[in-house]
Write a protein that binds this ligand. Structure first.
Ligand code: NAD
Length: 335
């Protein structure tokens, strides 16, 4: 019997996991992991977390028997992977659950902005049926720049082709086979993509190398009126620079599912706490100003959240745990 703790799970997920792992000693928490609060599970061998659980050195210190961490997400930037490696703790993710799911959400954001759906909705619920100021633009014939052409990026390209869009792709690793299958070309440089795209969407991982990948200099290089979409991770975009260029009217619209500061923005009571450093307060107020702009649409890190994708996440996480228990190895290692 292995002791396993699950964080950030809802009752439906708990019932499903209990059924699949019934011979083990299971602990469930609806909140994210906190280093101050681990006494009950100090001897846990496996933990399963979602993206709001920051698994850092402090947490690892409190769990001396930990052998594996499974994140029920593709991104694993919330886990100190290097520290885990040095302690012999295996880390795994769910690499494939939602390429179509996140790509479809990417287009939900694009279409909201191109056809002003969010503005139209706000108007009609206020009993105003005028179409004044609601003119949109066609996607057909426009150029979509895709930064990071992995599982999600490739699916975004498939959908873009269905809309009759031109595609400009940028990735450190070129998949020539897929570029022939899906009929798209890689750019020679990121600058080419930035200068020539009408809409730019980010699908690369967040890490030290990609922090503020779209910084002030890159954003200033874009076409006037460009639309920026980010469903990957908030830290890929310099949000201050984005905000300033939106205010100046250089950027025409922004669709975000992720944003710097999203980890604390949900916790209203946290905003009043004096534990929050000054720069984080700046982030929170800037984000709130950004969300109120009429050419900005924000969804609260919800791109993964389709019924089918969540089921795939649970099943892959359970397979990972069973593989760790039965063979001593996770199926989808990231370290
Ligand atoms: P992936 O690993 O399949 O693809 C990422 C691509 O980015 C790879 O092709 C890689 O070569 C490329 N890349 C890495 N570093 C780069 C760099 N410096 N410059 C250019 N290209 C670079 O990942 P994926 O499944 O397509 O997911 C992409 C990201 O989407 C994840 O890392 C995750 O953070 C995010 N995501 C968000 C949600 C959500 O709910 N909003 C859900 C799933 C994934």
């Amino acid at each position: 019997m292995v002791k396993i703790a699950f964080f950030e799970v809802n009752p439906r997920e708990e019932t499903y996991i209990r059924k699949k792992l019934k011979n083990h000693d299971l602990y469930f928490f609806s909140d994210e992991i906190q280093s101050e609060d681990l006494t009950e599970i100090h001897d846990v061998e496996i933990i399963s977390v979602f993206i709001y659980s920051s698994v850092d050195k402090e947490v690892l210190k409190k769990l001396p028997k930990l052998r594996a961490i499974m994140t029920r997400s593709t991104g694993f930037d919330h886990i100190s992977v290097l520290a885990c490696k040095s302690l012999g703790i295996q880390v795994s993710n769910v690499p494939f659950y939602g390429e179509n799911t996140v790509a479809e959400h990417t287009f939900a954001l694009i279409l909201n902005l191109s056809r002003k759906v969010h503005k139209s909705y706000q108007r009609t619920i206020g009993d105003n049926y005028s179409i004044e100021g609601l003119q949109g633009f066609d996607l057909k014939g426009k150029t979509l720049g895709i930064i990071g052409v992995g599982h999600i990026g490739l699916h975004v390209i498939r959908i873009a082709k269905g809309f009759g869009m031109h595609v400009k792709a940028y990735d450190l690793n070129k998949d020539i086979f897929m570029s022939e299958v899906l009929h798209f070309n890689y750019c020679y440089s990121i600058n080419e993509l930035l200068r020539e795209s009408d809409i730019i969407t980010l699908h690369m991982p967040f890490n030290k190398q990609t922090y503020h990948f779209l910084d002030k200099e890159h954003l200033e290089m874009t076409k006037k009126g460009v639309i920026i979409i980010n469903t990957a991770r908030g830290g890929l975009l310099d949000t201050d620079a984005l905000y300033n260029l939106l205010e100046k009217g250089h950027i025409g619209g922004v669709g975000l599912d992720v944003i710097e500061g999203e980890d604390i923005i949900k916790e209203e009571e946290e905003l009043l706490s004096d534990r929050i450093p000054h720069e984080r307060i700046h982030e929170i107020f800037r984000d709130k100003r950004l969300f109120k702009m009429e050419n900005v649409i924000f969804t609260p890190h919800n791109a993964f959240n389709s019924k089918e994708a969540v089921q795939r996440i649970l099943d892959t996480s359970i397979d990972n745990i069973l593989s760790m228990i039965n063979n001593g190895k996770v199926i989808n290692p990231v370290n």
